[in-house]
Write a protein that binds this ligand. Structure first.
Ligand SMILES: *Cc1c(COP(=O)(O)O)cnc(C)c1O
Length: 382
């Protein structure tokens, strides 16, 4: 099937773009000796895990279900891959299974560590730290270093509990403080981590820089990232992990919708068969304006439209876009950069259908990997 023949709404994963990103990440591993893990919460399209496994070291998970997915679909299928997990609230009943399927298990608090570290017989134990160094402004909901953050252990807590010496079974440290950021912010964060945690850095085997590194974005400073990685390896003799989500599938997918109606209320408004609230929730949550193929900003092109959805939510609006030609009922609109934080977050509010998931190979041939129907909506509810 060709892209133009796809039925809407659907997500399309672009193999060519995915490989482009993976090639950059694989080269980074080779150049520095670091290990890159896919943060599955951004992109859990597991049919592509064997491909991803040809380029990077493994997966990381936000809890038991993602950990199982990474284990089944990557670790069991590709040799020598790693599966890591971090969760702010592990339950005792999950621990035996997590220890069985994960290589690294990271605790968010000292109470969680104390209560549950005894379960870690096979896995390497790490602690998430909070360096209390905010480098992002604007998105407080994405800042784990914001005041009252529940994410990570502060240096004062560590000192009070352990003094200068960590228990023997703590082999690693993890921090995650960035979101869509460049390596200058990592560099700043690392300086603070070194200053505050240096006694501990000398005692551990690995450090995980978390996610939020926009490594595959065209203006990303890879050379500075490499310097950061090598500096930590040489100074402390640690293995370095990075666990990007976005960077793995950045710009590697589309969301294809169709115009169902055009209404007018002081401006032209398109009713689409796709929804921000249901199919790209980050548009409203973050919020942001998704890139749309063949469109411009307000005032840039001749025809202006507000793009909105078929749900009852008045605010289910994607944004205002301009076009060179008039848009008609039946036209298809293609949103870009829709592989990440889309399929993993969608929902059936208003009984909206879940978009099909399509894989487009390097030759541009599309095949429907997963089609959804009415029963997917019904069976989740009773
Ligand atoms: C969200 C998250 C990631 C991935 O973040 P991206 O912004 O998608 O790169 C990695 N690690 C942790 C702990 C996270 O919470």
């Amino acid at each position: 099937m060709r892209f133009e023949e796809l039925e809407t709404p659907c997500y399309v994963i672009d193999e060519k773009k995915l490989k482009h990103n993976l090639t950059i990440l694989s080269r980074l591993e080779k150049d520095t000796g670091c290990h890159i893990l896919l943060a599955q919460k951004a992109f859990s399209y597991y049919p592509a895990y064997p491909l991803i496994g040809q380029y990077i070291s493994g997966t990381t998970a936000s809890g038991l279900f993602e950990a199982k997915l990474g284990y089944e679909e990557l670790k069991l299928k590709v040799e020598n891959k790693e599966n890591h997990v971090f969760c702010p609230g592990y339950k005792a009943c999950e621990m035996d299974e997590l220890d069985e399927i994960c290589d690294h298990l990271i605790f968010n608090s000292l109470t969680q560590y104390e209560k549950l570290h005894g379960y870690c017989k096979k896995s390497s134990v790490g602690l998430r730290i909070n360096p209390e160094c905010s480098t992002q402004d604007g998105h407080a909901i994405y800042d784990p270093c914001a005041p009252f953050s529940r994410l990570g252990i502060r240096v004062d807590e560590l000192k009070q509990k352990f003094g200068k010496k960590l228990p023997k079974d703590i082999e690693g440290m993890h921090f995650h403080t960035l979101c869509e950021q460049n390596s200058d912010d990592l560099d700043k964060t690392l300086s603070v981590v070194e200053e505050k945690f240096q006694d501990y850095l000398k005692q551990i085997k690995w450090i995980n820089f978390g996610g939020g590194h926009h490594i595959t974005r065209c203006d990303y400073d890879l050379e500075l990232l490499k310097k950061c990685i090598v500096r930590m390896q040489e100074k402390y003799g640690v293995n370095v992990y990075l666990e990007p989500g976005e960077a793995i599938a950045l710009n590697a997918g589309y969301f294809v919708t169709q115009v169902v109606d055009v209404v007018h209320n002081e401006m032209d408004i398109l009713i689409l068969d796709g929804s921000a609230a249901c199919h790209m929730p980050d548009v409203l949550e973050m919020p942001y304006r998704p890139p749309l193929k063949n469109s411009g900003e307000v005032g840039e092109k001749k025809y202006l439209y507000r793009l909105a959805s078929s749900t009852c939510l008045a605010g289910d609006i994607i944004g205002d876009y301009s076009f060179d030609k008039e848009i008609k009922i039946g036209d298809k609109l293609v949103f870009e950069d829709m592989a990440i934080y889309s399929m993993v977050k969608n929902n059936t509010f208003n009984g909206m259908p879940l978009p099909d998931i399509v894989y487009m190979n390097e030759c541009g041939e599309c095949h429907i990997q997963k089609a959804f129907c009415y029963s997917d909506f019904k069976h989740r509810l009773g």
